[in-house]
Design a protein around this ligand. Sequence first.
Ligand code: FES
Ligand code: FES
Length: 187
Amino acid sequence: MKIRITINGAARSVDVDPPALLSDVLRTEYALTSVHVGCDTSSCGACTVLVDGAAVKACTILAVQADGSSITTIEGLSGNGSPTAVQEAFGAEHALQCGFCTAGMVMAVTALLDAIPAPSDDEIRHGLEGNLCRCTGYVNILRAVRRAAAARTGTVPAPVAGESLRIPLARSGETTIAAHGDDVEVV
Ligand code: FES
Ligand code: FES
């Protein structure tokens, strides 16, 4: 069956078997190997891509269901070859180790921040509950999402209790703000 899809900005036409999963077509027909298949049962989120801007686990839909859609994988995320704020934040916050989950995480975070530009920690956790990471323990991923949200909105990430945050100042180096319960201390 022939389908027409846009992949990372390029119009494509491809013959697919009706039972073929979108994840398999992206990997085998277009060598988009960032679309990792970790479970094939919609559990891990490693195969997450954007379909018309929404985060979708590519192993959960048939390629024919994507007919007429615009699909973005991490290979086409930035558009200009430079990392996006989300990609930069994952590196800066050491939010990956083996990297198997990372492309799917970045795509899920991108969709999350497109929908909620300044999410709360609970909204971040809820937004990523379909993406599993067996390496990082999620804390640095949470920090990366906060950092990316701040970069995209031109703010600084809010400190949370028990953490401090160093902020570069234009004239006097750096200062540190720390949260103690509901109080914020400028050091
Ligand atoms: Fe798609 Fe795990 S491979 S959710
Ligand atoms: Fe290894 Fe997430 S970095 S699974």
